[in-house]
Design a protein around this ligand. Structure first.
Ligand SMILES: *Cc1c(COP(=O)(O)O)cnc(C)c1O
Length: 424
């Protein structure tokens, strides 16, 4: 089978072509580099039947990913459930809602396993002895786990104040975990310096063009799981803005290779109010993204004050007819609870952001009530469980006696109906 549809890297700004190396910015204008494919060859080669005959992983869209050979890391990642969520749709007051559930992605319960599968496979193709990343938590977990699975040495750099589960979820794999005093932007800047000095594969720095393409698989899966149909609306959480731009790219690629019929698709972005540089620029009708120097939000996985792809995210949202929203900490917690109570899916804070922002987009009419939407839920709730402490009731504790149980069941407290959360 022909595997190489991936030919070059190309500057998003000036279009200059570059060889497929560990580089990520154009030396002429500092524009970001992006993978280039021969779409005409892919169109001739691929079909829905061909894709459907393959194993249920993200690699069934192999032709659209920037590797030279077969993947060697994260071969089981992806093809997470797309769940039709009628009770959530009712609570939000819209016709149809689907949840793309990456809380159960393999192996580290977030969408980041997708980008890591691609970038570590590519790092091995290029012969890097050490892999590394700058992370807000989930990327660190995924690099650590996937590196361990193939015996690669890894360094992960994170802000020192991350959630306990995310720190633990990197340490357990034997990765070298380094906490940096300061926000993510400082971590990222330090990683750029390290990448200039050490010959390491920083998945989201010098390998970023490969890393970023992995996000497209979330979009391919959504379309296939909807029965080869583009969703009218997709709501996507934004940190650097990369996932959002790549889901839009995946939809365009499927149109261009005739895997799906063309129709309008609106791409909506979601951020936390305490770190909302992209949403803020969208509201002010500018493409100039003003950095947030001190992010303050419980949604730490999204807390990037200087988003690398912010400019492109805004362009993507505008061009698609979408919008951007943000959510406060209490709204994020409310979003987590609404999703859990109506779908049985426990999301981390980023999922709460997505649900809360979707509600605002619906209430403001930016997502019409009679159209269908997909919510991208990107990480598992047990990773950020501390945000619920003091919010949920404690379990009622009794002696092991049927009489005590009867008393409990008949008490009013236990009979109280679940609060409805439709009123903001
Ligand atoms: C990294 C991450 C995102 C989105 O990140 P981008 O930098 O915008 O691609 C969304 N949700 C979670 C849980 C994440 O960890």
């Amino acid at each position: 089978m022909q595997l190489e549809f991936f030919s070059h890297l190309r500057c998003r700004e000036c279009g200059r072509l570059y060889p497929k190396e560990a580089i990520h910015v154009c030396e002429w204008d500092f524009g970001p580099l992006e993978a280039v494919y021969d779409y005409e060859a892919i169109r001739r080669h691929i079909s829905r039947d061909r894709i459907e005959s393959r194993p249920p992983t993200m690699w069934r869209y192999r032709e659209f990913l920037p590797l030279e050979g077969e993947p060697s890391v994260g071969t089981q990642v992806g093809f997470t459930p797309l769940v039709r969520a009628d009770r959530l749709a009712k609570a939000l007051g819209v016709r149809e809602v689907y949840v793309k559930n990456d809380t159960v992605n393999y192996p580290t319960l977030s969408f980041k396993d997708r980008v890591v599968a691609v970038s570590l496979s590519r790092a091995r193709e290029m012969g890097f002895p050490v892999v590394a990343c700058a992370s807000t938590g989930n990327l660190a977990n995924s690099v650590a786990a996937n590196a361990a699975s193939v015996g690669l040495e890894s360094y992960v750099l994170i802000p020192a104040d991350l959630e306990a589960s995310k720190v633990l979820g990197s340490l357990v794999y034997g990765s070298r975990v380094i906490g940096i005093r300061g926000p993510y932007d400082k971590v990222n800047r330090l990683c750029s310096e390290i990448a200039g000095k050490y010959r390491w594969a920083f998945v989201n720095v010098n390998l970023r063009p490969y890393y970023a393409e992995g996000s497209k698989t979330m979009g391919f899966e959504i379309v296939e799981q909807l029965g080869w149909r583009l969703p009218a609306h997709t709501v996507i959480p934004m940190a650097s803005g990369s996932l959002l731009t790549k889901i839009a790219k995946s939809y365009r690629e499927m149109i261009d290779t005739e895997l799906v019929e063309k129709r309008p698709f609106a791409i909506h972005g979601a951020q936390a109010s305490g770190c909302n540089p992209i949403t803020d620029a969208f509201r002010k009708d500018t493409e100039l993204v003003r950095p947030v120097s001190k992010p303050q939000t419980i949604a730490k996985s999204l807390a990037i004050g200087t988003p690398a792809d912010g400019y492109y995210a805004i362009q993507t949202i505008r061009k698609s007819g979408g919008a951007a929203e943000d959510a406060s900490d209490p709204e994020i917690v409310e979003g987590i609870r609404l999703l859990a109570e109506t779908t049985g899916i426990f999301a981390e804070t980023a999922g709460g952001v997505t649900v809360a922002c979707a509600r605002k987009l619906i209430d403001s009419g930016k997502i019409p009530k009679d159209e269908s939407l997909v919510l991208c839920i990107t990480g598992h709730g047990l990773k950020t469980a501390e945000v619920l402490s003091g919010v949920l009731d404690s379990p009622r504790v009794i002696d092991p006696s049927l009489r005590e149980f009867d008393r409990l069941v008949s008490s009013d407290i236990n009979r109280a109906p679940l609060p409805t959360r439709s009123e903001g």
